[in-house]
Design a binder for this molecule. Structure first.
Ligand code: NAP
Length: 536
């Protein structure tokens, strides 16, 4: 048994609790919040660092979104770009999530950029290493490495309105850009849950997004806490190696079969020789996922049909009635992320695996104590418990015009215009910003349309010789009122608890519509929606 308390940091609960308290005041997020701005601005003011580099566009993060943005900017002739990356390699989520079994539950032909399709995917649902290889392929093919400054972790971002320049402060440097594309990812901060006794536990701790590849699971007594998208991929792999695995489930999710198969060689040859055939496949997959929106996003007869498929999948794979009952969800499908797996239920029924549904009371020195008083002892606890999601805050302080703080403005729930711009923060573009989450289709489809919108905005600055584009506050308010009204009718807002919602149920994460509607909204950059600040 070994001790590892440094691998992962405990969640910063005091901030979250404070945010939650504020949130409780109202469910409606304000366009602006002024209190505390000056104090916070002073806090984030850069001190005596040197400007390391200036550029036209600063991109934060070298994952799919940041790299995709750089490619599209360059394709439009915008070359003066710097990408700030906190790690030493590209890849974002696919660099960090290297747990055994990591794979995407969206077909690879759709989980890739439309402008850089890969005819050589080896499987219908490729694994993490192959997706990471694709990210490296993008980086090298589009010669992006020279743009990237590795090991530059952005600590704050502030707008100098006199000069019309954004300043990103990393450890000891300042990078300045006329525009910024925030592409740091919504699920990039892994943290241990705030569980009683978590510091007491003396065994090995591993978080799904910070896998310890040196730890040998052979014959070990292992606990997995969490049965979300990560947990259900990890469990079948651990069961193959560990002595025994106990799975601690808090809420059973809806699990649908995942039709994963090896891509036949003729298929890859066809895609290579006739790229139009891959285009057609991509479109077909896109339309299939779009049709799923009718049941996943909204409550409709299709919702019941998909639930029936989920129950039939459970019945087919789990014969034991009691286990089936323990695994049956009690919320509407779509409310939490729908899980896709054909090997999760079989893994749970292996002789060396056991599902525990008693709630966890606390972690003890040797393991996990459940509320009925049993102590389960383990060599290692795997936390597949999700991420620190900034619903009501920003990953680092962002200050805009007059020192206003995005953190303050978002304390009651994040909001933006079309998910990408926030009034008072000119020339700042976000990928995976508020209400851009997909529940039924590929995240990369949404990401691509955000990137293209940002590129159009940056192009407009150039073409109009403008200092800044600042979305009008009333336009942003009207947009969000419409979004929240539409969200009220979705399955996500139908009463379950998920990482899509803030503590008091405000949905700052998901887009309440088809991917086609999202792409249509992003295809149109209307300058009338913005205050245009001309260059001096
Ligand atoms: P998650 O969906 O947030 O699931 C976390 C799991 O941990 C849930 O089962 C949750 O239970 C449980 N949990 C959290 N805190 C707990 C506590 N204190 N005690 C007991 N159980 C606790 O996290 P994730 O599985 O890492 O997935 C996060 C997101 O990453 C997904 O929604 C998806 O967007 C993405 N992802 C995608 C893929 C893919 O294939 N594309 C794969 C992995 C992840 P409750 O349900 O009761 O809260």
């Amino acid at each position: 048994m070994s001790t590892d308390t440094d691998t992962v940091k405990p969640r910063r609960s005091p901030d979250k609790k404070a945010a939650a308290k504020k949130t409780a005041a109202t469910k409606k997020a304000p366009a602006n919040a002024g209190a505390g701005r000056k104090k916070a601005a002073a806090r984030s003011k850069p001190v005596a660092q040197q400007v390391a580099a200036r550029c036209e566009v600063l991109i934060i993060g070298a994952g799919f979104a940041g790299l995709g943005a750089a490619i599209r900017l360059r394709q439009q002739g915008i070359e003066d770009v710097i990408i700030l990356e906190r790690a030493g390699e590209v890849g974002g989520t696919w660099r960090d999530n290297t747990y055994p079994g990591a794979a995407c539950d969206i077909p690879s032909n759709l989980y890739s950029f439309s402008f850089a399709q890969n005819p050589d995917w080896s499987r219908s649902f490729s694994g993490g290493p192959e997706i990471l290889k694709y990210v490296h392929y993008l980086t090298d093919t589009y010669h992006l490495r020279p743009l990237i400054r590795f090991h530059e972790n952005v600590a704050s971002l502030s707008y100098d309105e006199t000069r019309g320049v954004w300043r990103a402060v990393t450890g000891d440097k300042i990078f300045e850009g006329r525009s910024v594309i925030m592409a740091q990812g919504p699920l990039s901060n892994a943290s241990l849950p705030d569980m009683p006794g978590i510091q007491t536990y003396q065994g090995h701790k591993i978080h799904s997004a910070m896998w310890d590849h040196d730890y040998d699971f052979t014959d070990k007594r292992v606990a997995v806490i969490g049965t979300g998208a990560s947990g259900i991929q990890i469990i079948p792999e651990l069961v193959k190696k560990a002595g025994f695995v106990k799975v601690f489930q808090r809420t059973p999710g809806w699990v649908l079969p995942r039709p994963d198969f090896q891509t036949p060689a003729w298929n890859r040859g066809l895609f290579r020789r006739f790229p139009a055939s891959q285009d057609a496949m991509r479109k077909a997959l896109f339309m299939f996922h779009e049709s799923m929106a009718l049941g996943i996003i909204w409550n409709s007869p299709l919702t019941r049909l998909i639930e029936r498929i989920g129950k039939a999948h459970l019945r087919l794979q789990v014969k034991d009635r009691w286990l089936r009952r323990q695994l049956t969800p009690d919320f509407r499908i779509g409310c939490k992320r729908v899980l896709m797996s054909s090997d999760y239920y079989p893994a749970l029924q292996k002789d060396n695996c056991k599902l525990i549904t008693w709630p966890i009371a606390r972690l003890s020195e040797k393991g996990i104590r459940t509320v009925e008083g049993i102590e389960h002892q383990f060599d290692c606890i795997v936390f597949a418990t999700g991420f620190d999601v900034s619903h009501s805050g920003t990953p680092f302080p962002v200050s805009g015009i007059d020192g206003r703080q995005l953190n303050d403005e978002w304390s009651r729930g994040a909001q933006a215009y079309k998910s990408i711009n926030v009034s008072g923060y000119p020339n700042l573009f976000m990928t995976f910003g508020p209400n851009s989450g997909p529940g039924h289709n590929s995240a990369l489809v949404y990401m691509e349309s955000q990137i293209d919108y940002a590129v159009r905005g940056i192009q407009a600055l150039r073409d109009g010789n403008l200092k800044a584009l600042n979305v009008k506050p009333d336009v942003q308010v009207a947009h969000n009122q419409a979004i929240q009204k539409r969200l009220a009718k979705t399955n996500w807002n139908s009463g379950c608890k998920s990482w899509y919602l803030t503590e008091d149920g405000f949905n700052a994460t998901m887009y309440p519509g088809f991917a086609t509607q999202f792409a249509k909204q992003m295809a149109d950059l209307d300058l009338n929606d913005y205050e245009l600040i001309t260059a001096d």
